[in-house]
Ligand binder design. Structure first.
Ligand SMILES: [Ca+2]
Ligand SMILES: [Ca+2]
Length: 152
């Protein structure tokens, strides 16, 4: 009888361990985060050019991301951009406290022979996206429209 009781106890214990293990797994894969694979620049103010000689050809767009005014990420440059222009964000993620901070995306035109021109900026708070989990989320800043392309 003692053996049976012991078996029953150890079976229960094993079950508890299995359930606890399962909960652990769920937590691990469900880390709350917002992940941006790419952005798509949909429209810009054509009069952004700051250089007196104007821009030759198409702008060379890239994005500079900051969180609470701290530099966070700089994207690759899309040379000779034609709108709508996709720019890789390489799966940029926001987690933890970052979810509630203000994220600013500034779009620049890279210039080899002068300072890069600022095209415009958009802002968002990552947590605002977590309720609806959109695959595409448009952001507006004046004439600028930048769509976030997200993975959940
Ligand atoms: Ca340029
Ligand atoms: Ca310039």
């Amino acid at each position: 009888m003692r053996t049976n009781a012991w078996n029953a106890w150890s079976t229960t214990a094993a079950l508890c361990v299995a359930l606890a293990g399962c909960w652990g797994c769920g937590e691990g894969s469900g880390t709350p985060q917002v992940r941006i694979d790419q952005i798509e620049v949909m429209s810009i103010d054509e009069n952004y050019v700051e250089d007196p000689w104007g821009e030759e050809g198409q702008p060379d767009l890239y994005a500079d991301v900051s969180v609470n005014d701290e530099p966070y990420y700089t994207s690759p440059v899309a040379l000779e951009s034609a709108l709508p222009q996709r720019i890789s964000f390489e799966g940029l993620t926001f987690q933890g406290a970052e979810l509630d901070r203000e994220v600013v995306i500034r779009i620049f035109d890279e210039d080899q022979d002068s300072l890069d021109d600022i095209v415009g900026e958009v802002t968002f708070t990552p947590r605002d996206l977590m309720f609806s989990e959109p695959v595409r989320h448009p952001l507006y800043g004046g004439y600028l429209q930048v769509d976030l392309l997200l993975t959940w």
